[in-house]
Design a protein around this ligand. Sequence first.
Ligand code: SAM
Ligand code: FES
Length: 345
Amino acid sequence: MQNLIHKLAASHSLEIQEYEFLIKNRNDEAAKLLRKLADKTRREIYGTDVYVRGLIEISNICCNDCLYCGIRRSNTNCERYRLTPEQILSCADEGYELGFRTFVLQGGEDSFFTDDVLGGIVREIKSHHSDCAVTLSMGERSFESYKFLRECGADRYLLRHETADKEHYSKLHPASMSFENRIQCLYELRSLGYQVGCGFMVESPFQTEKNLAQDLKFIEEFKPDMCGIGPFIPHKETPFKNFPAGTVELTCYLLSIIRLIHPPVLLPATTALGTIHPTGRELGIMSGANVVMPNLSPVNVRKKYELYDNKICTGEESAQCRGCLSNRMKKIGYEIVTARGDVKS
Ligand code: SAM
Ligand code: FES
C-alpha cells in the first residue's frame, strides 16, 4: 500500500487494478498517508486558501428522471419552483457584496432556460460584475447551446460524469439517458474553452470498487479543472430510498487520491459531505479539497431544491452561510478568500 501511494504521489498515475487495490485494501494508516501527501500537494499550489463559490439553485424543474435524484421528474411530491432572471441577478448582487467572485447557476433541465434566457442572465451577471466568473451546471445541452453560452460569457461548466462505467450508468439512469452523450458533453465543453468539472457520487447504488477505480482512471485521463465528489444520500421519494448513504471515510479517502492524481484540480468539500457528518466539509478540506460552495439561493426555495434527504443549510441567509463556513475553515487553519479562484497550473 505504502509503495503504491508513493508511486501515485510521484507519477500522478496508477493502473486501474492498482486504484482498485488501493480502495479495496484501505485502512487508517493508508488514509493518513494519503491525507498528508494530498494536503502537502494542495498547499504547494494553493497554500491554505479555500475558494468560495456562491451556489444559486435556479430551478428544481427537470425533464430528466435520474433514479437517485430528489427533483427527478417522477417525484410528484416535489414542490416545483423556478427563479426569475431578476431574482437570480439579485442573488448574484447580494453575493458580490458578501465577497463572492464566482457564481454557480445550477438547476434541473428546465426548458424555460432556453439559450436566450440563460445567455441573457449570464451576460447581465458578467456586465454587473466583470471581475467574477460564472459557472453553469445545467445538465446536458447541445454543442451549439454550450457554444452560445460560452460566447455570452460563461467561464466554467460543471457536469458530473456520475460514473465512468457504462453498465453502472444504466443502473442509475433511465434508458432515455446515455453514458456516451454525458461524456461527449464534457469533451465538447472542453473544446469550447470552458474550465470543466466532472465528478461522481461515492457509494451510489450498485457501485463497485472497480467502478470507483474506473472513475479515478477517467479523472487521470480527462484531467478536469474541477471535480465534484460527494456521498450518495438517499431521497425518500426516489426508487433508491432504501439504499444506504455513502460514508465520510471513503469520500475523504477518494478526495486525497484525486488531489494526488491531478494536483491543480479545484476540489470542493461538498454540501452532501457536510450533510452526512457534522464536520464533513472540514474533513474534506483536510483531506485535500480546496473549495466550498455555500448557498446563495433565496431562503424560501432552499428546502425545495432537495436532491437528497436532510440537506443542510436550507434555513440560513446567505450571509450566515458564508460567515459560518469562514469560521469553520479558520478553526482548522484554512482561510476563505475573495477571489475568482481559477485553476492554477
Ligand atoms: N441537472 C444538472 C446535472 O444533471 O448536472 C445539475 C443538477 S444535479 C441535481 C447535480 C448533482 O447532484 C448531480 O450531478 C448528482 O451527482 C448530485 N445528486 C443528485 N442526487 C443526489 C443524491 N441523492 N445524493 C447525492 N448527490 C446527488
Ligand atoms: Fe434532473 Fe436531478 S433528475 S436535476
